[in-house]
Design a protein. Structure first.
Length: 96
């Protein structure tokens, strides 16, 4: 019986140690994730106002908003930057 009690105490101590060290790692890693989130918000706030795909998206977004439609035209562009600009313009024009 004495042996089982010692074994349980050891298992409990190891489990508690893992839990504490895991929490410390999570706290240390959180600034890394915050930096990544800030980088992604910079891309969203990029100024596309002079981009022709942004202006196209803005026009279509305003038209869909005026006619109470929800993204009636699904546009797909070959360049990722054009797609992002169009979507940003559409969201701005549609009022989202």
């Amino acid at each position: 019986m004495r042996m089982n009690f010692q074994h349980c105490v050891r298992v409990l101590a190891v489990t508690a140690g893992i839990g504490i060290s895991g929490g410390a790692l999570q706290v240390m890693a959180s600034p890394v994730f915050q930096d990544q989130n800030q980088d992604s918000t910079k891309n969203k706030d990029q100024d596309y106002s002079k981009n022709k795909r942004y202006q196209q998206g803005m026009r279509e977004g305003q038209d869909d908003h005026a006619h109470n439609r929800d993204h009636s035209k699904k546009r797909h562009f070959t360049k990722d930057e054009d797609q992002k600009a169009y979507e940003a313009g559409y969201q701005k024009g549609h009022g989202n």
